[in-house]
Design a protein around this ligand. Structure first.
Ligand code: AMP
Ligand code: FE
Ligand code: FE
Ligand code: ZN
Length: 288
């Protein structure tokens, strides 16, 4: 009998961004879900790393420290996963700080527009939903609306009020996806394009853009993801095959904030080993 393959989930969120589990709760939930290798990939921050590392050591889970960088290309919001980047890299960290500061201002603007239109929400209520030091995002507006009894689930707020097409939508600063690939590589990390063909974020990427990202160091495509139907998976696999990119799969778990379940999609041992081998080692994989 051969040993069972480890379960590898390389895309999850904690309360350091818009997940609802603390980093410790995330690690515990992953353990309970049978995950052997977990990546914590909060939006635009590494704030969850220290707690996640301590929890991973305590609970005996292999931890990959990562981020999910929001980038902008034309009118599309494109998400880039960055694995094992150096948290002391000035260029990458400076860019993430700039993005988080812009996110706070943008959320305040969105709340003002919503309140002007009669939606019962204040910025103070939204801030009460953001953990100290966490990256603020639209889901925190939804959480404030849940807390004050206006809605019951984040989904309801995202149906019209919080979409990219909503009259209340305000952009925040974010780098170009090619620049983000350079920043992740410059910080010794490994960039993987998250859910490349998600339709819910306006435009999706073109093959030409992925080629430019590849030239800037892109390592892989997250082909297997809840937001992809069979045709999106096929398109990602074809493109990955042509450019010799790695193919990953992951849950994009957000705790109670989204329906995504841990390990609903996973990454193979070989691909995980390649990601680890491509990293500079500044931020090693945590092996308790
Ligand atoms: P932001 O980072 O502020 O642009 O907000 C985008 C985030 O909202 C994404 O990372 C998703 O996690 C979250 N999101 C998008 N659609 C939904 C939804 N229908 N339900 C819950 N969360 C969502
Ligand atoms: Fe999110
Ligand atoms: Fe994402
Ligand atoms: Zn994500």
């Amino acid at each position: 009998m051969t040993a069972a393959e480890p379960v590898i989930d390389l895309h999850t969120h904690s309360t350091a961004s818009d997940g609802t589990d603390t980093p410790t709760e995330l690690v515990v939930a992953a353990r309970e879900a049978g995950v052997d290798v977990l990546a914590i990939t909060d939006h635009d921050t590494v704030a969850g790393w220290p707690e996640a590392e301590a929890a991973a050591r305590h609970h005996g889970l292999v931890l990959v420290r990562g981020i999910e960088i929001s980038t902008t290309w034309h009118h599309a919001s494109i998400h880039l996963l960055g694995y094992l980047t150096d948290p002391d890299d000035v260029d990458l960290m400076g860019e993430l700080t700039k993005a988080r500061e812009s996110r706070a201002k943008r959320l305040e603007r969105m709340v003002a527009l919503m309140a002007d239109d009669g939606i019962p929400i204040t910025y103070a209520e939204v801030l009460a939903q953001v953990a100290p030091g966490a990256t603020p995002g639209r889901p925190h507006i939804a959480d404030a609306l849940i807390a004050n009894g206006t809605i019951r689930h984040r989904d309801e707020a995202f149906r019209e009020w919080l979409t990219n097409e909503s009259p209340y939508y305000v952009k925040h600063y974010s780098p170009h996806p090619v620049r983000a690939c350079e920043l992740v590589r410059g910080a010794g990390g490994v960039p993987v394009l998250a859910h490349p063909f998600t339709r819910t974020r306006g435009e999706t990427v073109t093959d030409a853009l992925v080629e430019q990202m590849y030239a800037a160091g892109l390592a892989g495509l997250e082909a297997f993801h809840r937001d992809h139907g069979p045709s999106e998976v096929e398109r990602a696999l074809t493109l990955a095959g042509r450019l010799d990119l790695l193919v990953t799969g992951a849950s994009d778990y957000h705790g109670a904030g989204k329906r995504n379940r841990l390990a609903e999609y996973t990454t193979t041992t070989e691909v995980f080993a390649t990601i680890e081998a491509q990293a500079s080692g500044a931020t090693p994989v945590v092996r308790p």
